[in-house]
Ligand binder design. Structure first.
Ligand code: EPS
Length: 380
C-alpha cells in the first residue's frame, strides 16, 4: 500500500491548477508564503513569454487543513489562473510538431487539439511545484535538502560541476536562468535572445541534487519499488523532458567498470561508510546508498515556435504551417525548479514507505530511529 501519492488537475487557460496530495502526515504547518516563493521561482527565468507577466501564482489550501496545519486528509492546493480564456480561445487545427497536439487529436478522435494542448501545457507544472513544496517542507524536517540548477541551455554548458555543499545556491538565485555561474548565465541569455530573434526555441539540461537522503530508500525486490525507476518515471513525466540521467549514467556506458564504480571505504573513527566518488548519483541496485542523489533531465526545445514548422490542417489533411501560439522561447530555468520539486515528491514517497508516519512527530522520530539504526556498518 502506497501511503503517499499526488495528482494534478487543471488546464493552462482554465480556472485553476490543482494538486491533490494524499498521505501528508498530520500536523505539518502549511507555510503558504514558502510555497508561493517556490511558485515565484518557477515563474521566473529569462526566456518566458508575456504570460508570466499576467500570472502571479499564489497557492490556496482548499482542503486537508485544520488551523493552518495538515489534518491527515487529502490536501488540495489551488493556484488560480488570471488568464481564464479557455472557452473563448480558437480551436487548434494545425498541430505543432513535437507537441501533444497531433497524437492527442488522434487519441481523442478530434480535429480540434485545443483540449489536448490545454492539459499538455507546461502550465500544469504549477501544481507539481505546489505539491513538491509540501514534500520539501516535510523533507527539510529530517534534514533532506533538494535543489536544482540549469547546467546547459542550447549549446551553452556550465563548465564545472558545482560542489556538493550547496554553496552554489546563492549564485544560482541571482542568475536570470538559475545557473550558478555568472558568465555562463550571460551566455545562456544571449543564446535565448538569438533563438527568439530567429523565431526559434531552445532546450537544455537541468540537474537536481538531494543531500541528507539516508541509504535504503527504494528496494531491489520488485521493479516498481526501485527508487531509480520512480525518479526516472516521475522526471520523464515533466513536459519537455526527453531523457533522464542518474549520476554519470550516460558517460558510464562507454567507460570500464573501474572508471565507473565508486569504491567503498569505512572511516573507523567516525564509524561511517565513505564513498570517495559519487558517479552512481546516490543510487545502487534501485536503492539510495547514502550519497547525495544526482538527477539530470534533458529538455527538448519547446514545440511552439514563432517561425512555424511544417504541418497539416487536420480538417482536410492539406499542408499548412503549425499553429503559432503565444509561448516561451526557453522554459529550461522553470524546468530546473519543476524537476527539483518532482524529485522531492519521489524522495518523500520513498521515505514514507520506510518510515510510517501518521503525524509529523512520527516522521521525525521514525526517521531518527530508522536512519540511526542504519548508521555505521550494516548488521553491527
Ligand atoms: C505553454 C505555453 C505558454 C507558457 C505556458 C506553457 O502559455 P501561453 O500559451 O498562455 O502563453 O507560458 O507556461 C505557463 C503559462 C506557465 O506558467 O508555466 C505551453 O504550451 O506548454
Amino acid at each position: 500500500m502506497t501511503r503517499f501519492r499526488w495528482s494534478t488537475a487543471g488546464e493552462s487557460h482554465g480556472e485553476a491548477l490543482l494538486a491533490v496530495i494524499e498521505g501528508v502526515p498530520f500536523g505539518l504547518t502549511l507555510d503558504t508564503a514558502r510555497i508561493d516563493r517556490e511558485l515565484a521561482r518557477r515563474q521566473a527565468g529569462f526566456g518566458r513569454s508575456s504570460r508570466q507577466q499576467i500570472e502571479h501564482d499564489r497557492v490556496e489550501v482548499v482542503a486537508g487543513a485544520y488551523h493552518g496545519r495538515s489534518s491527515g486528509a487529502p490536501l488540495v492546493l489551488r493556484v488560480r489562473n488570471k488568464d481564464q480564456s479557455l472557452d473563448a480561445l480558437p480551436p487548434l487545427h494545425r498541430p505543432r510538431p513535437g507537441h501533444a497536439d497531433l497524437a492527442g487529436a488522434i487519441k481523442f478522435d478530434t480535429d480540434d487539439a485545443r483540449p489536448v494542448l490545454e492539459r499538455a501545457s507546461a502550465r500544469e507544472t504549477v501544481a507539481r511545484v505546489a505539491a513538491g513544496s509540501v514534500a520539501k517542507l516535510l523533507l527539510e524536517r529530517v534534514g533532506i535538502r533538494v535543489e536544482g540548477f540549469v547546467s546547459a541551455i542550447g549549446n551553452v554548458t556550465l563548465g564545472e560541476s558545482p560542489r556538493f555543499d550547496f554553496g552554489w545556491v546563492a549564485d544560482r538565485d541571482v542568475s536570470p536562468v538559475w545557473c550558478p555561474h555568472a558568465a555562463t548565465s550571460t551566455a545562456m541569455c544571449d543564446a535565448i535572445r538569438a533563438a527568439g530573434a530567429g523565431g526559434d526555441t531552445l532546450g537544455g539540461v537541468v540537474e537536481v541534487r538531494a543531500s541528507g537522503v539516508p541509504a535504503g530508500l527504494g528496494s531491489l525486490m520488485a521493479a516498481e519499488s526501485r527508487l531509480d525507476a520512480a525518479l526516472a518515471g516521475a522526471v520523464m513525466s515533466v513536459p519537455s523532458v526527453k531523457a533522464v540521467e542518474l549520476g554519470d549514467g550516460i558517460a558510464s556506458a562507454s567507460r570500464t567498470g573501474h572508471a565507473v564504480h565508486d569504491a567503498i571505504a569505512f572511516d573507523g573513527a567516525l564509524r561511517s561508510l565513505q564513498r570517495p566518488t559519487n558517479r552512481a548519483g546516490g543510487i545502487e541496485g534501485g536503492m539510495s546508498n547514502g550519497q547525495p542523489l544526482v538527477v539530470r533531465a534533458y529538455l527538448k526545445p519547446l514545440a511552439t515556435t514563432k517561425r512555424a514548422l511544417g504541418s497539416i490542417d487536420l480538417r482536410d489533411g492539406s499542408s499548412a504551417p503549425s499553429d503559432p501560439q503565444r509561448s516561451d522561447v526557453c522554459a529550461v530555468p522553470s524546468g530546473a525548479v519543476v524537476v527539483e520539486h518532482v524529485v522531492g515528491l519521489v524522495v518523500l514517497a520513498g521515505l514514507l514507505d520506510v518510515v510510517c508516519a501518521d503525524t509529523v512527530e512520527d516522521l521525525d522520530a521514525g526517521f531518527r530511529q530508522w536512519s540511526g539504526r542504519r548508521a555505521g556498518l550494516p548488521g553491527s
